[in-house]
Design a protein around this ligand. Structure first.
Ligand SMILES: [Zn+2]
Ligand SMILES: [Zn+2]
Length: 281
């Protein structure tokens, strides 16, 4: 099982970090979790372009986690000789969002149908949406996926995924504060991927841009910070903690600072870094 951070950024655009997304490769499957800004480019960098994705799992419908879903859907269609549907699993509400996205793509579909006879005679741009809830389980090939509740209120519903295959397991928590359900989902996992922020650095941002102070305060109470993620990892007994979705963006040379916040709370392996950082179990 290989886990690659295909995007470690956040809603704040960064020159070097794509928006949040993570690729899990196991049991011959390429499973993408969330699809933030630039994900199609990062997938090419790891040799898994959009047509090779087995399924896309969505943790929640915040824009930074789904902004490039339309790019993946369209790219799969136009770059595959006989495209199969893009398979999407997400929380309740995903179908409505995808319906709106498909409406947005209607003019493009017409242009391509008008211009390419082979696309015109094919099945067209297709998606297959499965809305899932905490407690649900499903399979992608031989990989088993378990859905768990997370806590990113007032954003609801939000879900995390535990993927099990070949005797290994990884948990993709998405945006959440620590909670019992997350602990249960992570129990003894080989790898736990958590989106995190740094309240101490956000405090500095507030000083430089006072007009954004209240908005900065708002994001603190519905994300895990680095210490929270490390404590969840320790409670759940995971082997490897992967940190991603760095808010604010981790600058080159700051890795040790981020690590130093986690290590007092978790003695296992901790992985963080630039886009395309990976871990194996
Ligand atoms: Zn979010
Ligand atoms: Zn987010």
């Amino acid at each position: 099982m290989k886990v690659t951070l295909t995007g470690t950024g956040s809603p704040i655009p960064d020159a070097n970090r794509a928006g949040p997304s993570t690729l899990v490769q196991c049991a011959g499957q390429n499973i993408l979790i969330d699809c933030g800004r630039g994900v199609a480019m990062r997938l090419v960098a790891v040799g898994v372009p959009a047509p090779f994705l087995s399924a896309i799992l969505i943790t929640h419908l915040h824009s930074d986690h789904i902004t490039d879903l339309n790019d993946l859907v369209t790219t799969r269609w136009i770059l595959t000789p006989e495209a199969t549907p893009t398979v999407i699993y997400g929380p309740l509400g995903t179908q409505k969002v995808v319906d709106g996205m498909m409406a947005m793509l209607t003019p493009d579909q017409k242009y391509r149908h008008d211009h390419h006879a082979d696309l015109r005679s094919g099945p067209g741009l297709q998606v297959e949406v499965h809305e899932v809830q905490p407690g649900d389980e499903f399979k992608i090939g031989e990989a088993r996926v378990i859905v768990g509740r997370t806590d990113h209120r007032p954003v609801t519903p939000t879900i995390g995924f535990r993927i099990e295959a070949e005797g290994k397991s990884v948990v993709l928590a998405g945006d959440t504060v620590p909670c019992d359900e997350l602990d249960a989902l992570c129990k003894n996992a080989d790898i736990y991927v958590q989106t995190v922020l740094r309240p101490d650095l956000l405090e500095l941002v507030k000083q430089f841009v006072p007009a954004l102070a209240s908005r900065s305060n708002d994001i603190l109470d519905y994300h895990s910070n680095v210490e929270d993620a490390a404590k969840t990892a320790a409670r759940a007994g995971v082997k490897t903690l992967m940190l991603t979705h760095y808010v604010p963006a981790m600058q080159p040379g700051q890795e040790a600072d981020w690590l130093a916040l986690a290590t007092p709370h978790f003695s296992g392996n901790i992985v963080l870094g630039p886009d395309l950082t990976s871990a194996e179990a």
